[in-house]
Structures are given as C-alpha cells and as structure tokens.
Design a protein around this ligand. Structure first.
Ligand code: NCD
Ligand code: ZN
Ligand code: ZN
Ligand code: ZN
Length: 356
C-alpha cells in the first residue's frame, strides 16, 4: 500500500559539491539546488573544494554573491580548513555552517598532511559548529585522536568501513563529541558492483568496499547519525574519457538518496523513524538549524515501482550509479516557509532559497 508521509521541519544534506565558481560545467548553484529540491531537501551545505578553494573570506563572499537569488533551497557553506585559513576563522564564523578538513587526497587541493597542522586547525576553530573531516584508512583514527586531544566536535564524513564504524562506536562510548555520516552508495553498493557500473560510476572517495563492510553499516545503524549524499558531480565526458585509474572521483546523489532509502524502508532494512532522523532531525541538530514549522517534505513510499533514469535528473551531471534501479519511494511535495516549491515532483516556484 502506498503511503504519504510528511517529514516536518526541514531536511538537510550537509555534504554536497556544487562546483561554483570554477567548474560550472559540472554543476552550479541553480542546477545543484534544483537537484536538491527534486531530491526532497530543503537545505544543503556546499563543500569548499572548488578550483579556487573556499579558504578565504573573499572566496566565501564570492560564493555568497553568486548564490544569492539563484538558489531553490536554503544553502549554507562549509569553509576549508588549512593552517593558512585558520587565521581567518574568526572573520568568517558567522557566515559558514561548518569547517571541512581533508586528511586524504581527493577532488581539490586542500590536503592537511601532518598532525601538527591538524592540531593548529582544530585548536583555532571557534567551536560553534562541528569540524567535518574527510578521513580514510590511517587518518580516520588520527582524526578521532585529535578530537580527544582538543575537545572539538568532530564529524566524520562518508564512512564506509567496518573498522571505521567500530572506531566511532568506541569513541562515542568514550564520550567523545563525535558524529558521523554515511552515503547511500556505501550502504547499497560494494566493490564487486563497480565493474558492472558505467565508466566511473563506481569510482568515488572513499571507494566502494566489501560486502562485509557494507553489512556492518546496516548492522550498526544506531551509531550512524546522518545520511549525506556527498553529491559530487562530474560530467559524463570527464568520467568516460579517463582510464579507470585516472578518472575523477565522485558520483551524484541528491536525487537518488531519498527514493533509494525509502525503498530500503519498504524492504524492511530500516525504520521510517530512523530515516527521518538521519535526514532531518539529527542533521539539523548537529549543524544548528532550527526546525521550521512551515517547512516540510512529503514523500510517498511503498507505491508501485519505477525505474531511476539518469536522463531525468536535474543535476548537470546526468549520471548515477543507480541508473536503472527499481525503487518504490519518491519525493512528492516540498514547502519552504509556507510556499509550495515542489508539487507532485515538479518544481513550481522561482528560486527562493536563503543563504543560511
Ligand atoms: C568529492 C568531489 O568530487 O568533490 N569526491 C568524492 O569522490 N567523494 C570529494 C570528496 O568528498 O572527497
Ligand atoms: Zn570526501
Ligand atoms: Zn564530498
Ligand atoms: Zn511494499
């Protein structure tokens, strides 16, 4: 039986890459926030790993200028954490949502290599919002150790491994101020799937892992705080024109996460309450967004199945690892501050998102 469910108060994806300025052939604030709206989000946070990274007050202001008037949902900015940028934390803290620190190589040029640099950044951060880290392998433990040493709130991005989730469980048991996120592709795909996906659609950071790792995410859902899409658009040409070892990392996710996860609810993999917590209540709490009684997302799940078709995506990068997937959930309606902006899956309003 199909059921309509209202997710009240606002949904948040705290981890997306909108590529403006510098790589708008992949995505920009218009196409990115349209994808977010279609995907059922009322707020998203943009990451700082642009060609000119968001590590200075002027780069941040340029993003705000470009986004202003062009966004379909609310948009916040995560600032890039480097030793150099840490001198400006005080100047930008009221215009950003979180700090983002890259501890492993990935798209962009923001790698923080040593514990000494990391400690400088953690110590200078003015503590209002969490420090989000991209950490994989050895660096995962170093990030947790730095949270212990400095007492800072740490948010671990896109967890994918069994040993990572075990470390997060231990850190939480120890009472450390640690939260974490997972992305739908790590919950639903493994390294074995990578070969059968279209070129590059199994290629992202962190990489797809083993079925044991994937299963451990489902078995430890109680440790996982939020869902994040890690929406990382690259064009089909960029994905196709590279050998498997050279192509850009990242896949889109804004428009597929909720349909896939609603389908997982329908399949009995998690409860609707947990899904709503991971996509709405908890991310708002972690990142300090107030609940808005006039903002909601209405979804339908358990309806007759349909197939995800990358051609229908709003993102400029019309590709997804889930092209052709059969799902039973969809996003129907979205209201933002009392205004209907998505109606039965169609965008029906001009951009009226706010920079938050
Ligand atoms: C992201 C991107 O392309 O910006 N890529 C990815 O594979 N996830 C960067 C990141 O989140 O590591
Ligand atoms: Zn990352
Ligand atoms: Zn990312
Ligand atoms: Zn059903």
């Amino acid at each position: 039986m199909a059921e309509r469910i209202v997710i009240p108060g606002g949904t948040l994806d705290a981890h997306v890459h909108f590529r403006q300025p510098g790589a708008t052939h992949k995505e920009d604030f218009v196409t990115g926030t349209r994808a977010a709206l279609k995907g059922g989000y009322t707020a998203v946070f943009d990451m700082p790993n642009n060609p000119i990274p968001t590590v200075t007050p002027s780069a941040l202001d340029e993003k705000r200028r470009l986004a202003n008037g062009n966004i379909y949902v609310d948009l916040g900015f995560n600032y890039g954490g480097t030793v150099e940028s840490s001198k400006t934390f005080g100047l930008v803290q009221d215009r950003i949502r979180a700090l983002k620190v890259y501890m492993n190589p990935t798209t962009g040029n923001l790698l923080v290599k040593t514990d000494q640099e990391l400690e400088t950044i953690f110590t200078r951060w003015p503590r209002k919002y969490p420090i989000m880290v991209h950490a994989e392998g050895q660096t995962f433990e170093r990030a947790i150790n730095m949270a212990r040493k400095t007492g800072q709130r740490l948010h671990l991005c896109h967890m994918s491994l069994k040993r990572e989730i075990e470390m997060v469980r231990d850190a939480k048991n120890e009472g450390l101020p640690v939260t974490c996120e997972v992305s739908a592709h790590h919950l639903l795909l493994t390294e074995e799937d990578a070969d059968s996906l279209p070129t590059g659609q199994g290629r992202m950071k962190p990489p797809l892992a083993t079925s044991e790792d994937r299963d451990s995410l489902w078995e430890n859902l109680d440790v996982i705080d939020i869902l994040a899409s890690d929406h990382a658009p690259h064009t089909r040409e960029e994905k196709d024109n590279f050998e498997e070892e050279k192509g850009p990392y990242g896949v889109t996710g804004l428009e597929t996460t909720l349909p896939l996860m609603l389908t997982a609810v329908d399949d009995g993999l998690l409860t609707l309450e947990k899904l709503i917590d991971m996509i709405s209540t908890k991310p708002r709490k972690i990142f300090g967004l107030r609940e808005d009684p006039r903002t909601f997302t209405e979804v339908i799940f358990g309806e007759s199945s349909y197939v995800i078709d990358s051609k229908n995506l709003e993102t400029r990068a019309k590709q997804t690892p889930f092209d052709g997937y059969r799902v039973t959930g969809r996003v129907a309606n979205v209201e933002l501050r009392g205004v209907r902006i998505l109606n039965e899956g169609e965008i029906v309003a001009l951009p009226q998102g706010r920079i938050i």
